[in-house]
Design a protein around this ligand. Structure first.
Ligand code: PEP
Ligand code: MG
Length: 749
């Protein structure tokens, strides 16, 4: 603690004089940054301390050093991701290595003269979720730095962040820190649409103004007041400001639990006792927890990380005396490293026009919610936070999977026009609501909705959908944080059936596991959770759980038609076992449904070789193309880097779909597609051309798709498809010729 206070108070004196960004020179205004490096090295008993600052083009430049060759200052540059320092910047994690030189990622730069130093501790310098640089210390003797030393360097990094940010803001032009050039990012579309607006950063909070408290006792009292106020705000939010529905309440109850957790609050208090301001203490502890959690693959723990970040933001707002949520420009584009569903709901209520997430996957909860809200969203936007500046404007084009930061005026105008057109078209689409879904040559389609939250059922009316082709029952449970009991589940399903009226609803039984975990679910290490103990496998191994859900569904139906389908069926025997559980429950529940339809999803490739047997027993089948694609190509659907690598419009998938259609036609069983592909115009047209005319999709896609179908002559597409497939041997995708046909004919794709 003493060491921390002494170092920090000397740094505070230096800050008062201001820093010059010139590493070790003299004559410039302010204290050379090299002196900061020297001070840190001395206090930490390190032989080397170096500071790297982020430069345009994702380059880290050696900006100041104590202990390495001063000639290297301004010359040595590393790409983000290159060498240990580059890894720290790319991953925003601390690296504490006793033998850095033999680390596989070590990038040797002879001009620095760092060969003799074995141990290395490198810490990211970040502010508002962006990486501004890296600070590192080195020693000759191999050693792992102690936790206290790591914390000390992290505290210095917080201060350095203010120095680097100020340099960027004041003399950025000369220093090259200011970023004014447009930048484009390729990303994964999470929810379609276009948005243009100023950016707002999730979790950016207020900049750190004071690092060291004048009086730790007074500061501790200030912290206690803020904690009490934060808890009160959270209680108020839960009691008074929640939108309708149980889901958001349950999610926020989980956040309230984390707020009551003594562990991280105790660490914040300790940091304040050590001399930091309450704000600095929250930043430091939050950064530290973030780093630890980032190394954890467990999706549940990672979601708790989002809760933690949310709370740290709330606590900082309370310390600022600011419990009113500040207004944001309407239509702003939210930029986040990660985002939980509750946070997205809150931002949506504040009026954002779109969201771009650095991490996350299109099958994750934020993405599913964005689609439900009709909010344009992109994911996997690597490097965005590091590039974005306060006051930037961005174009988010989730149709094309790209984000343009600081677009030049022509691009902005063009997008402005496109957006206007789209709005007009959408108003035009709204007129489509009451029109039948059919192609130009008169083929009728059944366009249905994929739904997870009860509130989404209202989209049946706003879109004129034919029904609900997929009700993901686990989403409602995930939003609650637990599986509701039978009466609660029955009430929920009954609300859905009431709202749907005579439109069909297909309830899918719980599809938990993989990335969809309930907080109290037994956790077991699985190397491949998507292929692990999940979904129907859990239901069949825990029949009591499954029977409770089936009973609730039967109770909800009360003399109406009940349509149930099972996810992740791998064998006909599994389908039978699940069906028998349903039939056994149906014997007991009165009044019985008027009709009971039992279907199977086709998501596991093994079913492709069991189709006649399956079709003989199922009333309908629905192709879950998200999982079917994942398993056909052994390509994790949640890995952003794999998105777009394999195509539904490829010979093997089209052959598989043909195979399913042929078996379904022979058995006179209805086949539909309810994966995300069904909501994409080109894919949907091709599916219809193959004979799949029941398509279930997110609400935001439905009217657009209806309009797209209205312009298509399906017989013509069938001929084009047949021709393209005849010449398709060995091709990875048939998208290009199909797309050019669609564009040539002016179809909306
Ligand atoms: C699918 O896998 O395509 C599907 C519809 O199910 P989910 O996305 O919920 O796994
Ligand atoms: Mg699935």
């Amino acid at each position: 603690m003493l060491q921390t206070r002494r170092l920090l108070s000397r740094l505070r004196d230096m800050m008062a004089l201001g820093f010059s960004m010139i590493g070790s020179g003299n004559g410039a205004d302010g204290v050379p940054l090299g002196e900061l490096a020297a001070l840190v090295a001395t206090e930490m008993v390190a032989e080397v301390c170096t500071i790297y600052a982020m430069r345009p083009g994702d380059l880290l430049e050696l900006t100041a050093t104590h202990g390495l060759n001063p000639e290297a200052v301004g010359r040595t540059r590393l790409r983000v991701g290159e060498g240990i320092v580059g890894i720290v910047a790319a991953t925003a994690t601390v690296q504490n290595l006793p033998d850095a030189q033999n680390h596989p990622a070590f990038a040797y730069r002879p001009e620095t003269g760092e060969a003799p130093f074995a141990s290395l501790l490198a810490v990211p310098v970040r502010r508002g979720g962006r990486i501004l640089g890296v600070i590192a210390v080195q020693n000759r003797a191999p050693r792992r730095y102690l936790d206290d030393e790591v914390e000390l360097l992290e505290t210095v990094a917080m201060l350095l962040a203010e120095v680097l940010a100020a340099a960027g803001a004041t003399d950025g032009a000369e220093q090259g820190l200011g970023a004014t050039m447009p930048r484009q990012f390729q990303a994964t579309p999470f929810a379609p649409g276009i948005a243009i607006g100023p950016v707002v950063l999730h979790g950016a909070g207020t900049p750190l103004r004071r690092l060291l408290a004048d009086d730790p006792v007074q500061e501790a009292a200030r912290l206690d007041l803020a904690i009490a106020s934060m808890r009160q705000t959270l209680d108020d939010l839960i009691e008074t400001k929640l939108p309708a529905g149980d889901g958001p309440r349950e999610v926020l109850e989980a956040t309230r639990l984390v707020a009551g957790d003594g562990g991280w609050m105790r660490r914040v208090r300790e940091a304040v006792a050590g001399g930091l301001t309450a704000e600095a203490a929250v930043h430091r502890v939050a950064n530290d927890i973030r780093d630890r959690m980032r190394r954890i693959a467990d999706p549940y723990l990672r979601e708790r990380l989002a809760d933690m970040e949310d709370l740290a933001g709330r606590l900082l707002a309370a310390l600022d005396g600011d419990d009113v949520v500040p207004a944001i420009p309407l239509g702003a584009i939210l930029i986040a490293r990660r985002l939980g569903p509750a946070q997205l709901l809150e931002w949506h209520a504040r009026g954002i026009g779109g969201v771009a997430i650095e991490e996350g996957s299109s099958a994750g909860h934020a993405a599913i919610l964005a689609r439900a809200l009709g909010l344009p969203a992109l994911g996997g936007v690597r490097g965005l936070l590091a590039a974005v500046e306060d006051g930037d404007v961005a174009v988010l084009d989730a149709d094309e999977g790209q984000l343009i930061l600081r677009p030049d005026s022509e691009v902005r105008t063009a997008y402005g026009r496109a957006l206007e057109m789209r709005l007009q078209l959408e108003t035009g689409f709204a007129a489509q609501r009451h029109l039948p879904a059919q192609t130009l040559d008169g083929l009728s389609l059944s366009l249905m909705l994929n739904v997870g939250l009860v509130r989404e059922v209202e989209h049946l009316d706003t879109t004129g959908a034919a029904g609900i082709g997929l009700f993901r029952t686990e989403i409602a449970m995930l939003a609650r944080g637990e599986i509701a009991d039978v009466p609660e589940q029955a009430a929920l399903y009954a609300r859905v059936l009431d709202a749907a009226g005579d439109r069909p609803v297909r309830f899918r039984t719980l599809d938990l596991g993989g990335d969809k975990l309930l907080p109290d679910a037994p956790r077991q290490e699985e190397e491949n959770p998507a292929m692990g103990w999940r979904s129907l496998r859990v239901g069949l191994d825990r029949p009591a759980l499954m029977r409770r859900q089936l009973r609730a569904l039967l109770l909800a139906a009360q003399g109406r038609t009940l349509s149930v389908m099972f996810p992740m069926v791998a064998t006909v025997a599994e389908f039978r076992a699940a069906r028998d559980l349903l039939l056994a429950e149906a014997e007991r529940v009165r009044p019985a449904p008027e009709r009971l339809l039992i279907g199977s999803m086709i998501e596991i490739p093994a079913l492709l070789w069991q189709l006649p047997a399956l079709m003989a027993e199922a009333d309908f089948v629905s192709i879950g193309s998200n999982d079917l694609m994942q398993f056909l190509f052994a390509a994790d659907r949640g890995t952003p880097g794999l998105a777009g690598r394999y195509d539904l419009l490829s010979p093997p998938v089209l052959d598989a779909l043909d195979h399913i259609c042929t078996a379904a036609a022979a058995a006179e069983v209805e086949v539909s597609v309810c994966g995300e592909h069904a909501g994409r115009p080109l894919e949907a047209m091709v599916l219809a051309a193959l004979g799949i005319t029941t398509l279930s999709m997110p609400a935001a896609s439905l009217l657009r798709l209806k309009a797209a179908f209205a312009s298509v002559h399906l017989a013509e597409l069938r001929a084009v498809l047949a021709a393209v497939r005849r010449n398709s041997a060995g091709q990875a995708s048939l998208r290009a010729p199909l797309l050019s046909w669609a564009r040539e004919h002016g179809h909306l794709v």
